[in-house]
Design a protein. Structure first.
Length: 275
């Protein structure tokens, strides 16, 4: 299933770019939090945003804009022939919808022992975000379910039992318990856990700063340190952890940024581009 990436906030003229058969890339000056923007170019040596420097993709730099990046200018950098090139785009304001949920009180206000467990789990997971390594993936990624059902809700502001919580950092896809969950790309199993919020969870490191996450599983079919191939089964859909029913939470961190997975499931040539 092909998914259309979310629209940018302020498209401008395409500056003479050729029109693609399926979707024409749009040159942008404003990008949405949780999205990607591409800066095409040849013979590039490195790309950087903020303090993060990384290797380019085959046809240019692709920059991930974190879901919680504040509105305002964002400096993008790259190097070619030893010389620095820079461009600036604007990050738009957070404009995702609100999602209202009702959950058991213990899942919303954890007991002290659970709060300590959550803290330990978050520390363990956060260590993954700094990884780079040799890139093992190509775009677009393999959808984690086949077929991929409608879903998403990435970025939704969540109100749980009447209390505002952090925005939703992944995409949710409802599917029957036991539905196979597939690796989005070649990689290594970086972490397997039974977490308070995510339940039975698998984290895959695909190199190039890309980590994919699969939460609420009913079964896990891989072990930490194992190599996996694109499309390989890593587990099965379930409702473990904080979940209201069987579904897959599919999350992506790229160079540490929380990104809507839909952007990586689409043809990268259709991504918005830096003017």
């Amino acid at each position: 299933m092909r998914l259309r990436p979310p629209g940018v906030l302020a498209p401008v003229a395409a500056l003479g770019l050729a029109v693609a058969a399926v979707a024409a890339p749009r040159a942008v000056v404003e990008v949405r939090p949780g999205s990607l923007v591409r800066w095409p170019g040849a013979a590039l040596e490195a790309c950087a945003v903020g303090q993060r420097r990384f290797a380019p993709m085959p046809d240019g730099c692709v920059f991930a804009v974190d879901l919680l990046h504040p509105a305002g200018p964002l400096l993008l950098e790259r190097w070619r022939g030893g010389r620095r090139e820079a461009a600036t785009v604007r990050v738009g304001r957070f404009d995702y919808p609100t999602q209202t949920l009702s959950l058991p009180p213990a899942m919303v206000e954890p007991a002290p022992a659970d709060a300590e467990r959550i803290r330990r789990e978050n520390e363990e997971i956060a260590r993954l975000w700094g990884r780079e390594g040799e890139r093992r993936f190509t775009l677009p990624l393999q959808p984690p379910l086949d077929p991929l059902p409608p879903g998403g809700r990435f970025g939704s502001r969540r109100v749980i039992n009447g209390q505002a919580r952090s925005p939703h950092g992944g995409a949710d896809y409802a599917a029957p318990t036991g539905t196979p969950v597939l690796a989005a790309a070649d990689g290594v199993v970086a972490l397997v856990g039974d977490h308070f919020f995510g339940g039975h969870s698998v984290f895959l490191d695909h190199g190039g700063g890309l980590i994919t996450m699969y939460f609420h599983l009913s079964a896990v079919d891989v072990e930490e340190g194992a190599a996996v191939k694109r499309g390989e089964r890593v587990g099965a859909v379930g409702s473990s952890g904080r979940a209201t029913g069987p579904h897959l939470h599919f999350g992506v961190r790229w160079h540490g940024a929380r990104v809507d997975p839909r952007w990586l499931l689409e043809d990268p040539q259709a991504l918005p581009v830096v003017p």
